[in-house]
Design a protein around this ligand. Structure first.
Ligand code: CP3
Length: 358
């Protein structure tokens, strides 16, 4: 297939985009973070044959696993391109491996601020063109069934992985850098911000119809730190994407910010320019709406652990959640990614109940 032929099939289900833009919807749109993932046997079958980052780097494989959840769950109103937030540190020249049962591992994390200068910002986005190819191929193969979401990690979350060398419970090293190498931390956050803006614009050029920015490690930051370390860069990303799309005379796309654990800063988040704010399950929908006002869409926020309850309980919890959020400016989702052991029927119960609710 010629990926460069961008005459995409017409979009048949625009609930997600309508909700993100504050337009009326017939039903509440629903999708699930990590909907292409290990809870699906068909995903595991692909992973049994191919390394994680090989799947990310091979457009045909990335496209295939992106489409898998849509085949199984008719109620899904969106797809998210299969990739990972850590492809950016890779494009900057760092090695990242995915170890089964462990997660991402950087054999050589950043040990000293002087190593920031070794990162290869030049050409980083050109080394990520495989993500664009996967997006373009998926837009064709999806046949307009639902919109395709592009995504990135946010600067602080990426910096944390680059310094810790993988996931971390304490973020001890990152916190040490924030306190003792403050200027270097901001230098790296600025570099990541520049790369992220161009990376997201490339995703839109390739066919992404909505963009989500994952600040998944925001739960390590106090309200004061969030305002300094995360929020300014999230805002710059939103503005930067808008400006560059204008310059390139490309259509604007709505954007979502998901800052996990930053429910203490919804007032700050509502000033960043994003159309949608993603909420984790610790945030009360009614309280969140009061804080952000009526000009922003909310997304979330069922606890992923609730999908281990009985189907009856899942239905009840989901319907209660949708009633609390209401039909206006709302996208149903979990409050974080779906976890690997989740029973397949739980996803049916969740997605179906969203459409039945209100
Ligand atoms: O379906 C989708 O949501 C699209 C694909 C997607 C993946 N990662 C695939 C993946 C997306 C959007 C991500 C984002 C991502 N990656 C985040 C932000 C979202 C979040 O969960 O907070 C983060 C922090 C990462 C980094 C990452 N990748 C970690 C910490 C791990 C290990 C933990 C885990 O859940 O396994 C990964 C691995 C990963 N990324 C898997 C998948 C399907 C599982 C790995 C495997 O198949 O072996």
């Amino acid at each position: 297939m010629d990926y460069t032929n961008k005459n995409f099939p017409e979009l048949k289900n625009d609930r997600l985009l309508r909700a993100a833009l504050g337009k009326e919807v017939d039903k509440v749109p629903v999708w699930v973070m990590r909907q292409a993932g290990r809870y699906l046997p068909e995903f595991q079958a692909v992973r049994a044959k191919h390394d994680f980052f090989t799947v990310c780097r091979t457009p045909e494989l990335a496209c295939e696993v992106t489409l898998q959840p849509l085949r199984r769950y008719e109620h899904l109103d969106a797809s998210i391109i299969f990739s990972d937030i850590l492809v950016i540190p890779q494009a900057l020249g760092m090695t990242v491996e995915m170890h089964p049962g462990v997660g991402p591992v950087f054999p050589k994390p950043l040990k000293d601020p002087s190593e920031i200068d070794d990162l290869q910002e030049d050409g980083a986005v050109s080394r990520l063109l495989y993500v664009g190819k996967a997006i373009t191929l998926t837009r064709h193969k999806i046949e307009g069934k639902v919109p395709l979401i592009g995504f990135t990690g946010a600067p602080f979350t990426l910096l944390g992985y680059m310094i810790e060398g993988g996931g971390s419970k304490t973020m001890a090293k990152t916190k040490d850098w924030i306190e003792n190498h403050t200027k270097d931390v901001h230098k790296l956050l600025r570099m990541l911000t520049r790369v992220i803006i161009d990376y997201l614009v490339m995703q839109v050029e390739s066919g992404a119809q909505l963009l989500q920015v994952f600040e998944s490690s925001a739960d390590h930051l106090t309200r004061e730190q969030f305002a300094v370390i995360s929020a300014p860069y999230l805002k710059e990303i939103r503005n930067g994407v808008k400006t560059k799309l204008e310059e390139k005379q490309l259509e604007q796309v709505p954007m979502t910010v998901f800052a996990k654990g930053a429910g203490h800063s919804l007032d700050v988040q509502s000033q960043l320019g994003y159309e949608t704010i993603g909420l984790d399950w610790t945030v009360d929908p009614v309280e969140a709406r009061k804080i952000v006002g009526d000009n922003i869409t909310l997304q979330g926020n069922l606890d992923p652990q609730d999908l281990y309850k009985t189907l009856e309980e899942i239905k009840e919890l989901t319907i209660n959640m949708v009633r609390k959020f209401g039909k206006f400016r709302y996208i149903a989702n979990l409050g974080h990614g779906i976890t690997p052991q989740t029973p397949l029927e739980s996803m049916t119960a969740f997605t179906e109940s969203v459409h039945e609710a209100v």
